[in-house]
Design a protein around this ligand. Structure first.
Ligand SMILES: [Zn+2]
Length: 76
């Protein structure tokens, strides 16, 4: 999956390259910005990651929280 230029939104579910110790690889985005706050969908642990590290860690977007809003915002 090519994630170049992909924007992330609150409520999106993303898959990270490295599994959490609980075994889950999917995380819900709770906050975006300079730092991203993520909640593990397996154990509900919340972590903070700098944006650059987050972008390197994401393997795929599992579910878009608001795909329609995103399309409108980008004028499509
Ligand atoms: Zn976990």
């Amino acid at each position: 999956m090519d994630l170049t230029g992909v924007r992330f939104f609150l409520g999106d579910i993303v898959r990270l390259r490295k599994p959490h110790p609980c075994g889950s690889t999917d995380w819900e985005i709770l906050r975006t910005g300079m730092d991203f706050r993520l909640r593990c969908t397996g154990c509900n642990r919340v972590v903070m990651l700098p944006r650059t590290q987050f972008e390197r860690s994401v393997k795929a977007v599992v579910r878009r929280a608001a795909a329609d809003e995103m399309d409108r915002a980008e004028g499509r």
